[in-house]
Design a protein around this ligand. Structure first.
Ligand code: CP
Ligand code: NVA
Length: 309
C-alpha cells in the first residue's frame, strides 16, 4: 500500500503512471453512466472513508465517484460526528479507521494531523487538501493541461498569478520539478513563495521565476492558473490581502500577454482573482478541469492500493 500526501514524496515514474492510467480509463468510459463500474472492477469490495474538516464540493463528489467507478464504496464522515473531536486519541481513531475501511482521505486544517495519521494508520492515507498542499488537485490539473494541449507539460510554460504561498501553488511548484516544466509566478512584491520549497526546487533543477507584474509572468505562457486570494486556512487581514492583490486579477489584458491559444485554469471555488470575462471565455477550461478530478483520483486510488498497471 502507498500513501498520497505530497507530490514531492512520489517518484516521477509513479506520477507519470498515474496520469497515463487516468488517460486510458477516461477514454474507456465514454459511453458509461456516472455510476457504471470500470470493466475490471479493480476495487470491488473496498471502502474509502473520507473526512472533511473544511468545506468541499469537488473533492467530496469526485472521490465518491472515483471509488464507486472502481467498484468500491465511500463513507463520508464529519469530524464533529467522531469521538476524535471530543477527546478520543488519534492513534485509537487511526486503528479503528484501519479496521473498518481500506483507505482514508482527509481534508484537514493541520498538516501535522496528516503526519500523525500516517504514523498510526495501516491503510493508505490521501491528502484531500491541507494548509500546505493540495496534491490531488494539481496532479489532476497536469492531466487536464496535457489532455487539452496534447503535449507533454515538460514542453510548456505554465504561469501562476496570485497567492504565491498557498496549498495549490505549493503542489504546483513540487510538480514543476517532478514533471520538469517552466513555472512563472506573478505576485505582489511583499508576498513570496515558501522559501524552503523554492530552495528544494532550485536544488532539484526547478525552473521557477517570480515576477511582480502579472503581465510579465503571463508573457508567452501556455497555461494561466490562479486561485482565491484568501484560502480557507488564511488567518490574515483579509481586507488588506485582497487590496494587495488587486492588480493581480487575471483579466483579458493579462491573458493577452500569454500565447494566443493559452488556456485558463482555476481549481475553484473562485473569487475576485479572475474577471468574469476570462472565467466565461473559451480559454477557460475550468469545468473540464473539475471533471478530471474523478478520473485522476481513480488512478491515485489504484496507486495507493498497488493496483496501477
Ligand atoms: N478544488 C477543490 O478542491 O474544490 P473543493 O474545495 O470544492 O473540494
Ligand atoms: N487555496 C484554496 C484551495 C481551495 C480548493 C483553499 O485552500 O481554500
Amino acid at each position: 500500500m502507498k500513501h498520497f500526501l505530497n507530490i514531492r514524496d512520489i517518484s516521477k515514474s509513479n506520477l507519470k503512471k498515474i496520469i497515463l492510467d487516468a488517460k486510458k480509463r477516461k477514454k474507456k468510459r465514454k459511453k458509461f453512466n456516472i455510476l457504471d463500474v470500470d470493466y475490471n472492477n479493480p476495487l470491488q469490495g473496498k471502502l474509502l472513508i473520507q473526512m472533511f474538516e473544511k468545506s468541499s464540493t469537488r473533492t467530496r463528489l469526485s472521490f465518491y465517484l472515483a471509488i464507486r467507478q472502481l467498484g468500491g464504496s465511500a463513507l463520508t464522515l464529519r469530524p464533529d460526528e467522531l469521538h476524535l473531536a471530543k477527546g478520543e486519541s488519534l492513534p485509537d481513531t487511526a486503528k479503528i479507521l484501519s479496521t473498518f475501511g481500506n483507505a482514508f482521505m482527509l481534508r484537514t486544517d493541520s498538516d501535522n494531523k496528516l503526519q500523525e495519521f500516517k504514523k498510526y494508520i495501516s491503510i493508505p492515507i490521501i491528502n484531500g487538501l491541507s494548509p500546505s498542499s493540495h496534491p490531488t488537485q494539481v496532479l489532476s490539473d497536469i492531466f487536464t493541461v496535457e489532455e487539452i494541449t496534447k503535449k507533454s507539460i515538460s514542453k510548456l510554460k505554465i504561469c501562476w498569478i496570485g497567492d504565491p504561498n498557498n496549498n495549490v501553488i505549493n503542489s504546483l511548484i513540487e510538480s514543476s520539478v517532478k514533471f520538469s516544466f517552466k513555472l512563472n509566478i506573478g505576485c505582489p512584491v511583499n508576498y513570496k513563495p515558501k522559501k524552503e520549497l523554492l530552495n528544494w526546487a532550485k536544488k532539484n533543477n526547478g525552473k521557477i521565476s517570480v515576477y511582480n507584474e502579472s503581465t510579465k509572468a503571463a508573457k508567452s505562457c501556455d497555461v494561466v492558473f490562479t486561485d482565491k486570494v484568501i484560502s480557507m486556512n488564511d488567518k490574515v487581514n483579509k481586507i488588506k490581502k485582497l487590496k494587495d492583490f488587486k492588480k493581480f486579477q487575471v483579466n483579458s489584458n493579462v491573458m493577452s500577454y500569454a500565447k494566443k491559444n493559452a488556456i485558463f485554469l482555476h481549481c475553484l471555488p473562485r473569487g475576485s482573482e479572475v474577471s468574469n470575462e476570462v472565467f466565461l471565455s473559451k480559454k477557460s477550461k475550468v469545468w473540464q478541469q473539475a471533471e478530471n478530478r474523478i478520473h485522476v483520483q481513480k488512478s491515485i486510488l489504484l496507486y495507493c492500493f498497488d493496483k496501477l498497471r
